[in-house]
Design a protein around this ligand. Structure first.
Ligand SMILES: NC(=O)c1ccc[n+]([C@@H]2O[C@H](COP(=O)([O-])OP(=O)(O)OC[C@H]3O[C@@H](n4cnc5c(N)ncnc54)[C@H](O)[C@@H]3O)[C@@H](O)[C@H]2O)c1
Length: 294
């Protein structure tokens, strides 16, 4: 029987901050297909994620789909993807105990921690990170500083992570795969998707194509999943996510909203040998909403 098989693969998953967001469901799908997991979480959320991995109250959320057991993470590292190296960190953040208690929480530090924990290769990178400090501002009202931050964290970080992980992902026998998350708001105008998040997603979508071209010769595939609206913590910050979900559900060919697990399954497929000739693509997991004109 043909199935999605990721056994023997190591997946580095960014963007897990709770047991609701896409990264959590992607991690579960990857592990249900056999992958080992390492999380790179925002420094301020490491403790929360560690407790979700242990608490009885969160036991049900750790059950893997397809009867594959319970979620197990080999390591949880702190990583603020704003910083390539510790030298890039501003003094205020460096002195903040919520950050400094983790040692080197830059991308470089996280990759060094990975290596010193015995990981020699990363087969799968999940980029599930986005942030705009002014998500509620129209683009027309967005400050230069927020524009930069939005692109820095939501787009450039994919490049920064792939650069730092290149020695661990390049020329692996079965190839390697990076999957990022995007949204239709990166190519069409979605009211309320402000603070330059639309610009950040547009950049991410072009970057994924160029990165696929740059890294293809090293056997690294780069794809994006464009997910339909879903009520994660980040999406709730937009303000009217429930209305966005209802709007999309009412107009989608499948006449419903998406489940986060469906994003996980599509991502597992993209990371698997079944998708070995797929790179530089955007896979829409949105119940078909993107094809509708009016
Ligand atoms: N929820 C939606 O409707 C939707 C739709 C399409 C695409 N997406 C995308 O899915 C991805 C995941 O978002 P989500 O909706 O699951 O929300 P989420 O809040 O669960 O995930 C966003 C994550 O980004 C992390 N993050 C923010 N700044 C960071 C930084 N500087 N360093 C490290 N981590 C940082 C947060 O800690 C959080 O865990 C994002 O790229 C988002 O744009 C979301």
């Amino acid at each position: 029987m043909m199935r999605v098989d990721l056994s023997g693969k190591v997946a580095l998953v960014t963007g897990v901050g709770d047991n609701v967001g896409f990264a959590w469901h992607i991690a579960k799908a990857l592990q249900a297909a056999g992958a080992r997991l390492v999380f790179a979480c925002h420094p301020r959320l490491v403790g929360i994620v560690e407790s979700i991995m242990e608490r009885d109250a969160d036991m049900d959320s750790r059950i893997l789909p397809f009867g594959a057991g319970n979620l197990h993470v080999d390591k949880i590292f702190a990583c603020d993807v704003s910083y390539d190296t510790l030298a890039d960190v501003d003094a205020k953040t460096r002195e903040d105990k919520r950050y400094s208690k983790h040692g080197d929480f830059s991308i470089e530090g996280m990759v060094n921690n990975l290596k010193s924990s015995g990981f020699n290769a990363v087969d799968i990178l999940i980029h599930s990170v986005a942030f705009s400090p002014e998500i509620k501002n129209k683009l027309a009202d967005t400050t230069r500083s927020a524009y930069r931050t939005s692109l820095d964290i939501s787009s450039y970080s994919m490049i920064g992570l792939l650069k730092a992980l290149d020695p661990m992902m390049a020329n692996l026998p079965g190839g390697a795969s990076a999957v990022g998350l995007t949204y239709l708001g990166g190519e069409r105008v979605v009211p309320h998707y402000g603070g330059a998040m639309s610009t950040a997603k547009a950049a991410l979508q072009m970057d994924a194509k160029v990165l696929a071209s740059n890294l293809g010769p090293k056997g690294i595939r780069v794809n994006l999943v464009s997910a339909g609206p879903y009520a994660s913590r980040a999406a709730r910050a937009i303000g009217d996510i429930d209305e966005m979900i209802k709007h999309a559900a009412d107009r989608s060919p499948l006449q419903r909203g998406i489940e986060a697990d469906e994003v996980g399954y599509a991502t597992a497929f993209l990371c698997s040998p079944l998708a070995s000739a797929i790179t530089g693509q955007i896979l829409y997991v949105d119940c078909g909403y993107n094809v509708i004109g009016v």
